[in-house]
Design a protein around this ligand. Sequence first.
Ligand SMILES: [Cu+2]
Length: 166
Amino acid sequence: MRLDPRALALALAVAVAPAAFAQSIQEAPVDLPSVRVGDLEFVAPWSRATPPGGKVGAGYLVIRNHGAKPAVLTGGSVPFAQRVELHVMGVKDGYMQMQKTDTLEVPPGGELELKPGGPHVMFVGLTQALRVGNAYDMTLSFADGTSATVKAVVWDVGLMRTEKKS
Ligand SMILES: [Cu+2]
């Protein structure tokens, strides 16, 4: 069979079109806000929106430790819930579920990532719903007696973000 050059050109155009389209909607990572308090850097605190009447919410962020000693997160407080707990994910009774923990450690020169499906800050006994587009104060306390208050931005339910790698 002889290949008709026009047919080949058409086939190529069809094959190339989806790739060109995909390129036009590729991901656009953003620079995330970060706040430095002492040796610790708090990167992009955020929370999920909660439904009206919801009793719990969760806070996430990356904590980087630029110091020489471990930083030990012991809890915190927020003005919109009765208390704050530290949770980790673990298998209990055959199911992956949240478990309360007393401390979370940020290693020196390292970081702790609080994220969905991993360790997180739990807001227990919400006194108001967390709404998309708002930011809420979240105070984190450490074993050395220091604390830091950061603004947790509320993203839509289920939304995940990627951090720009420099
Ligand atoms: Cu939890």
